[in-house]
Structures are given as structure tokens and as C-alpha cells.
Design a binder for this molecule. Sequence first.
Ligand code: AMP
Ligand code: ZN
Ligand code: FE
Ligand code: FE
Length: 289
Amino acid sequence: MKEFRADLHCHSTYSDGTESPEDLVRKAIEIGLSGFSITDHDSIDAYPRALPIAKELGLEMISGVEFSSSLHGESVHILAYSFALDNIIIQEFCQKHKKRRENRNRQILQNLAEQNIVLSEDEMVSSMPSNHHEQRTIGRPHIAQAMVQKGYVESISEAFKKYLGEGKCCYASGESFTTEETLDVIHRAKGLAVIAHPHLVLKQDVLNQLLKMNFDGLECYYGRFLPDYHKRWLKIAEKKGLFITGGSDFHGSIKPEIHLGCSWIDEEKFRILQNHFKANSLQKDDGQF
Ligand code: AMP
Ligand code: ZN
Ligand code: FE
Ligand code: FE
């Protein structure tokens, strides 16, 4: 029998991924995944397109989203899972993030212009493929890609390294939502809050603070599966009573080294999140996934 694998972290064209929701679902089936979640940055708009095809092809999905937050000035990504997709609290929070990003991206474009790097909003928005530009979350990868396309830099990583990374000359943090308020939003929406890619939290005191907050889960398996990487996080999850989650953080061709399904969780761990999703979606269509 096929091994049950669930990849719970990936991005579609509704944020900074290069694959449409339908193609992500097809790809997930092709590589033998049984469980799946699309976790776009600050958006759940992929779901009306992903769910019908997932249902048709027999891929079990749970709701997901990746929120950016700030803990005393440090950037922390939080994954939310298993909320009902029609939950108004989550939807409104995604809208607030959209506004936040519009202002912040405008500031970054201004900072770039001061370095004689001239990009229009249109060039930024259309730098990555999609047929729904107006609806999606625009992030620094779109700006980086537009810089590559106009020949200002050779690669996306060069754009981050020289201009867009935190603390670099054109970086702007803009308004941000705190980790505490993000946790509160997720819990009011009856979702599960998970600390994303904890190894990217470089300051030990920030990690310690996060582990004292009321998160539900820890992303123990992440990205390119490195031997032993997950062991540290599994130990912490067990000690703190946190759910164990995992996923690839697939972004498609802008991060070609990361493959869909390269990190995953087993059936037992997936069912915990899925049961929560079904309970939240009770008597709604979504609950059938
Ligand atoms: P934003 O949410 O707009 O601030 O952009 C953050 C996103 O940019 C992250 O989620 C990553 O997908 C991507 N990113 C961050 N740092 C880098 C980097 N050094 N190279 C390529 N992509 C990056
Ligand atoms: Zn991303
Ligand atoms: Fe992230
Ligand atoms: Fe991500």
C-alpha cells in the first residue's frame, strides 16, 4: 500500500508561488501525496480553485495560510490550519494584510527609486505569472523578480542580498501585526497556530518567547529534508505538547531547489489537523475533504 504523506506548506500564484492552485493539486497527486495544504502568504484565495479539483482527484486537503508577524521587531512566520474557509475573522485579517502590503511595497519601490532602480507597480505585480493579479498577495519576491527582468540584478537572491533583505538599503517593514495579535486572530477563528520553519528564528531568546506563547504546533519537518534537522524540533514539540507539522515550502520555479513533497508528515499527524478542520467545517461542503 502507498505510504500516506501530507505536505502542509506550499505557495500558489495567489502569493509568491509560480504554480496555479489546480497545478499544485495535480502535481501533489502525481508525486503520490495523500494529504495537502496550500499556505499562501496572507491569503486563502487559492481554495475555491484547489478544493474542487482535489475532491475530484481524491487528494485530502485542509485549510491553511501563512501569516507574517512581528515579535519585538523580529519577523516571525505563523502557519494557521484547520479554520473554516468561510470564517470571517480570517478573511478580514487577510484583507488587512493586503492593505499593509500595498503600503509597504510602495515604500520599497520608493526606496529602490532612490537607488536609481525604477520599477512601476505594474511591473512589480506582473513579474510573476498569474491570471488574477489583482487578487493575490504581492511580496518582495515579485519585486525581486521584476528587478531581474529589468536587468538590475542577476538573480532573486542577489536582489535580497543587496536591496530587499531585512536591514538592507531598500527594505521597509511597514506596518506589522504582532505575533500575539496574530495568534489571537487564529484562535478566535478556531484555527490551529503553528510556528513556521523554527530554524529561521535565529535569536534564541525570540525562540524561547515563542515557545512560551500558546501555539498549537511546531513545523518540525521543513523544506529540503536534512538528516537530523527535525530531531531537535520533534523533541521540543514533545516537551511542549505541540502538534507536529511539516511541509516543503514549495514556491515553484522561483525556488527551483525546493521540490513539492520534499518534507511531509504521516497519516496520524495529518488526521489530527484534518479532524479539527472537519469539526470547524461541519455541515459545510469543505468538511468533506
Ligand atoms: P514578504 O512576505 O513580501 O516580506 O517576502 C518574504 C518572502 O520572500 C519569504 O516568504 C520568501 O518566500 C522570500 N524570501 C525571503 N528571503 C529571501 C531570499 N534571501 N531569497 C529568496 N527569497 C527570499
Ligand atoms: Zn514565500
Ligand atoms: Fe515562511
Ligand atoms: Fe512559506
